[in-house]
Write a protein that binds this ligand. Structure first.
Ligand code: DGJ
Length: 746
């Protein structure tokens, strides 16, 4: 413990080039003096001088003391932006009496109770809200601020992880005798005045995480998710930075809220001279009512600063995910998913033939998707009845599981535990388990299905035991956990909590079983679910043109080893677009690779290509799933996306053309992120099929098959490449060598 209950503290957390300074002097709510570049080792005197230097002049037409932005900015402090805490004690009926003027207004007002600094990179602040009389007592001396008079106690944790991710979480406890109804409890972080441009995301089904940017002007820019899941249009990662910031330049501050439920994120630029970035779980009115002694805990907010653009932010977040206890620890198995191959049309012969073909091309995990349950002939029925359909599977799943495992592959199974169909034995037996608002009719159906009220312990136990029975009976090592509708009713807060509990219970009981988070494709990709799963499905589209951008942007926050990416057939099922095999293979290499294609209907050439590609995946996955991501600047086509190993002795780059070129010969492509002082041998990676280029245009070195250049030249000058057709990609390997001669020997 570095210090306790010392309200004269200025706390300085430092990690990986980032500083976070908290001024907790006095009895007011602490304020963040600095979050950004590392300030070096600072003495107590220097820290005090830093904090003093941030004190502002008294503004014209303002409160009669210099305004100070606290970690929970409130109206009571003179803050006119979005508040850090909103809610009220239920005193209205008792106190209003016959007063016709309406309920008493009483907003939260906080002051510090204590601060703990248990580790060099962690600090925890306790604040209280107290009644007016207690305030008067407090004026008489700090000792008079007794815990007994507090009506709310709020504890806020800040931690700077080893990688420099700032994470924060708050816990609010009601210490009054009346119930407290919470409207919002947010994490609010100050942005430096140079942050004048923002980036976040929107999207639709099969086209998730499309970037959108704008200037940060006065007012509140707010994104809310009201889907009961993150949604296809999820804001995902909110970034503010110096105008024009890019992947490799600019000072940026990024924030993500770690929950799979409803969210609010905002950037608030007020005329007070502050710009803040905030995030909170979006709560429905009355959803969180705290009786005396009850507590509410926010999800973690994750934030990262970098002066090296978006790649710097990715570096920090990726390190964070890679340190999670649930981070996948084994090489990511090449996966085949049956969905686009057979949809609901399940029969043993067809699926056994698919499994054989999968094993032949080198697949390591075979995942049986939707369609295996009793009566599940289409998406109109049978969700909730987690038993194997006797008509399609007269001997159960055992013959298929045995066939799969006998050929050395793992067996994975699709489930959708949070849902039920009206046409199911479960809904007929327990109609009361369908999630809805109190005393309301059922919410509108969505993909013909409804949500199971998992917060009801009996319903959760039912589905847990149904899945456990499958895991006990079959050698299943993987669950694809789907969620195919918005909630449109019930408590999202409680649903998310119950879903996490269910996942945790199953993972505790079956630690060898991995989970993939899927929600109509990519509608649930967040740090909350990623604390418990080993894969996410970023999108339902296997169209490589759309998929390439989705992978690149999803990877801004989440490292590639978590992100499923499958080779699909051509034309693509979701878009009807036809794309070359080379482009589909190159794109599917970017992530946790898989196949979603009816291999019983492919040519020998296609199978040969897949076999070669599977070998390439196996040889590159160690690098792709552990290295640092580097990206060429936004708006440059062909795009360069690379992964560089931790010690920079190995790298792979995708050079991708998604548009019609505007230069007859594209300018040299820079390969960023390599060690400028080392020599690299550059060679094309044969992904199994040759990318289409304009005829006769490859530069001479390409015909030689390799070239040795220094990291400095590759990063600052770049190199000429064949002219790609639109929707094509080249994959290049850069391997550090000691001298030019070693290059040819590789
Ligand atoms: C939606 C998923 O995103 C698909 O991959 C597939 O699993 C279907 N659901 C099955 O219903």
């Amino acid at each position: 413990m570095l210090s306790t209950n010392n309200t004269n503290d200025i706390v300085h957390l430092r990690a990986a080039g980032t500083s976070f300074v908290l001024d907790a002097r006095g009895t007011g709510v602490p304020s963040i003096t600095h979050w950004g570049a590392d300030l070096g080792e600072l003495s107590a005197t220097q820290l005090a001088a830093l904090a003093d230097s941030r004190e502002r002049a008294l503004g014209p037409s303002s409160i009669d003391e210099p305004f100070r932005l606290s970690i929970v900015p409130l109206l009571a402090e003179g803050w006119s932006g979005l508040p850090g805490l909103e809610g009220r004690h239920d005193r209205s009926s008792a106190e209003r009496g016959n007063d016709a003027r309406g309920a008493r207004v009483r907003r939260p007002a906080l002051r510090i109770e204590g601060i703990e600094h248990p580790e060099p990179r962690r600090v925890s602040i306790t604040l209280i809200d107290a009644d007016a009389d207690a305030d008067a007592d407090a004026d008489a001396g700090a000792d008079a601020v007794g815990a007994t008079v507090a009506t709310l106690r709020l504890t806020i944790d800040f931690e700077l992880t080893a990688a420099g991710v700032l994470r924060s979480r708050s816990q609010l406890t009601n210490t009054a005798t009346e119930t407290f109804e919470l409207s919002s409890l947010a994490t609010i972080l100050p942005l430096a005045p140079v942050a004048r441009e923002r980036l976040d995301f929107s999207g639709i089904w099969a086209a998730e995480r499309q970037p959108q940017r704008s200037a940060i002007d006065y007012g509140t820019w707010l994104r809310e998710s009201r889907h009961g899941r993150r949604g296809h249009d999820d804001s995902y990662l909110t970034v503010a930075g110096t105008p024009g910031f890019g992947f490799r330049h600019g000072e940026v501050w990024a924030l993500h809220l770690g929950t799979s439920g409803d969210t609010r994120v905002w950037i608030d630029r007020t005329a007070l001279g502050f710009t803040t970035m905030g995030a909170a779980e979006l709560l429905a009115p009355g959803e969180v009512r705290l009786a005396t002694g009850d507590s509410y805990e926010t999800p973690w907010t994750y934030a990262a600063w970098s002066d090296a653009g978006l790649d710097g932010v990715s570096d920090r977040f990726h390190s964070w995910f890679r340190d999670l206890p649930a981070h996948p620890s084994t090489p990511r198995p090449l996966t085949l998913n049956t969905w686009e191959a057979v949809y609901f049309d399940h029969n043993f012969e067809q699926l056994a033939a698919l499994a054989d073909a999968a094993a032949e091309v080198g697949v390591e995990r075979f995942v049986l998707d939707d369609g295996w349950m009793t009566n599940r002939t289409d998406d109109k029925r049978a969700l909730g009845d987690w038993t194997v359909d006797a008509a399609s599977w007269p001997e159960g799943l055992a013959p298929l599981v045995d066939r799969v495992t006998a050929s050395g592959m793992q067996f994975g199974l699709w489930v959708e535990p949070e849902m039920l169909s009206l046409d199911s034995a479960l809904a007929r037996e327990h109609p009361e388990w369908i999630l809805r608002d109190d005393d309301r009719p059922l919410p509108k159906s969505w993909r013909n299905q409804y949500v199971l009220d998992l917060d009801n312990p009996a319903a959760r136990e039912y589905v847990r035991e149904a899945i456990a029975a499958l895991l006990d009976e079959y050698a299943i090592s993987y669950l694809k956990w789907d969620m195919n509708r918005d909630l449109l009713g019930g408590s999202v807060h409680r649903h998310v909590r119950a879903t996490y509990l269910l996942m945790d219970e199953l993972r505790d009981r079956y630690p060898h079983v991995e989970i993939e988070s899927c929600a109509s494709g990519g509608a649930r990709v967040d740090a909350g679910v990623l604390e418990r799963v080993q894969r996410v499905w970023p999108s339902d589209t296997n169209d490589a043109h759309d998929r390439f951008s989705i992978m690149r942007w999803t990877n801004l926050l989440v490292p590639f080893e978590y992100l499923g990416s499958h080779v699909g057939s051509s034309p693509a099922h979701t878009s009807g677009r036809s794309l070359s095999l080379s482009f589909r293979l190159a794109t599917a290499l970017m992530g946790h690779s898989g196949i979603e294609w009816d291999l019983t209907n492919t040519t020998d050439e296609e199978k040969d290509a897949l076999r070669a590609w599977a070998d390439v995946y196996r040889s590159l996955r160690g690098l792709i799933h552990s290295g640092r991501v580097v990206r060429s600047e936004i708006g440059t086509d062909p795009l360069v996306t690379g992964i560089v190993s931790a010690n920079a002795d190995d790298a792979v780059f995708w050079v991708t053309n998604l548009t019609t070129p505007t230069d007859s010969v594209p300018t040299a492509r820079r390969l960023p992120g390599l060690d400028p002082h080392r020599l690299y041998c550059i060679s094309p990676v044969d992904v199994g099929a040759v990318a289409a280029t304009y005829p006769g245009t490859a530069p001479a070195w390409w015909h030689d098959g390799e070239l040795a250049l220094s990291g400095a030249v590759l990063g600052s000058v770049g190199l000429q490449l064949p002219i790609l057709h639109p929707d094509e990609a080249l994959v290049l390997r850069a391997t550090a060598v000691d001298d030019l001669d070693s290059c040819g020997a590789l």
